[in-house]
Design a protein around this ligand. Structure first.
Ligand SMILES: Nc1ncnc2c1ncn2[C@@H]1O[C@H](COP(=O)(O)OP(=O)(O)OP(=O)(O)O)[C@@H](O)[C@H]1O
Ligand SMILES: [Mg+2]
Length: 321
């Protein structure tokens, strides 16, 4: 599989507008690559920077520093026109809040027609109707039940599936799915996850699957990236990360998932206790909460290094410098 997306030293600092306001390093020196057809899950607790990474890749916000390469091209240099004509045809996204993605004044069908108007203006009514029906059926919706309806007349789960159907209409090379199945009930969720997998198999679509649900990440992804407060603490082959978690934060996360059928030995890590602890700016961000913390962790930022093949960790317990 060849490389599709490369993110290098990506950083986003939000500043509060006030004089003397504080900075939030929402994404801090994040680097990773995605191959064609690869499903990568981006896992981390609320506020760890997952959505910000998605928005940066989509150029919805500007990074403070770093690079984003798509098929080797510098995404940050694309003009508005290039983004619209080219990039957004290949990179599609489904976001967390489906209600925010629809215009409340229009029936949901319109969101499909906007896609057709932009990218396939020559399609006639009949062709459009067939594509919409197929796309909706694929995500388990009955077209008659949703077409002609306003967003407020549909459930969050139905709207989320319409968004997935619309995103897949363009057969994108990359789909950013940000908590895209969170509103679905368990059985539909598995159907939609399987659909994403099938889509990848059929069209080679890569998926950046953003979730705070480890079990979903495990189910769907080839590669797992674990984020903590804007930084990647561990990443690699999903089987390796789940069966041999290295970072104390990953170990704690896995320990707190009761029903995940993963066999790794519990090494006596305590669940975290210091909710909202002030994180270490110079050192490891997890240091104030880490049960295996050493002096060095407060002073020196650990860098990601490969501990076993395709399994990376940023933690002083494993050397690396
Ligand atoms: N526009 C913004 N202005 C200021 N701070 C922001 C902005 N957007 C995000 N943040 C902050 O950046 C951090 C990361 O937010 P982000 O939405 O990326 O987290 P997340 O991992 O997606 O969380 P969740 O799981 O809750 O969706 C948070 O501290 C958030 O408050
Ligand atoms: Mg988010």
């Amino acid at each position: 599989m060849s490389e599709l997306l490369k993110v290098e030293h990506l950083t986003k600092v939000f500043t509060s507008g006030l004089i003397g306001g504080f900075e939030i390093r929402a994404v801090d020196d994040v680097s990773f690559t995605m191959r064609r057809g690869e499903i990568v899950s981006l896992v981390g607790e609320s506020g760890s920077g997952k959505t910000t990474i998605g928005k940066l890749i989509l150029r919805l916000i500007q990074p403070t520093s770093g690079r984003i390469l798509f098929e080797g091209k510098d995404v940050l240099k694309f003009s508005r026109g290039e983004l619209r004509r080219n990039y957004y045809r290949q990179v599609q996204a489904v976001f967390q809040d489906p209600f925010a993605s629809f215009n409340p004044l229009h029936v949901v069908d319109r969101s499909f027609h906007l896609v057709f108007d932009s990218y396939f203006p020559r399609l006639d009514e009949g062709e459009r109707e067939k594509l919409i029906n197929d796309a909706l059926t694929q995500v388990g919706l009955n077209p008659d039940e949703v077409l002609g309806k306003f967003p407020h007349q549909l459930s969050g789960g139905q709207l989320q599936r319409i968004l997935i159907a619309r995103a897949l209409l363009l057969k994108p090379k990359l789909l950013i799915a940000d908590e895209a199945v969170s509103m679905l009930d368990a059985s539909t969720r598995i159907d939609v996850l399987n659909l994403l997998g099938d889509f990848r198999d059929k069209y080679g679509t890569s998926v950046l699957f953003v979730t705070h649900d480890l079990a979903l990440g495990y189910y769907i992804s080839d590669t797992t990236i674990i984020m903590y407060r804007g930084t990647i603490v561990e990443m690699g082959d999903t089987e390796r990360v789940f069966h041999n978690p290295l970072h104390p934060y990953t170990q704690m996360l896995l320990e707190s998932v009761p029903d995940l059928n993963v066999k790794w030995e519990f090494r006596g890590i305590e669940p975290e206790k210091e909710e909202g602890a002030v994180y270490s700016i110079q050192g490891c961000r997890y240091a104030p909460r880490c049960p295996r913390v050493k002096e060095k962790c407060f002073n020196v930022r650990p860098v990601l290094h490969e501990v076993e093949r395709n399994h990376w960790v940023a933690c002083h317990l494993y050397g690396g410098e």
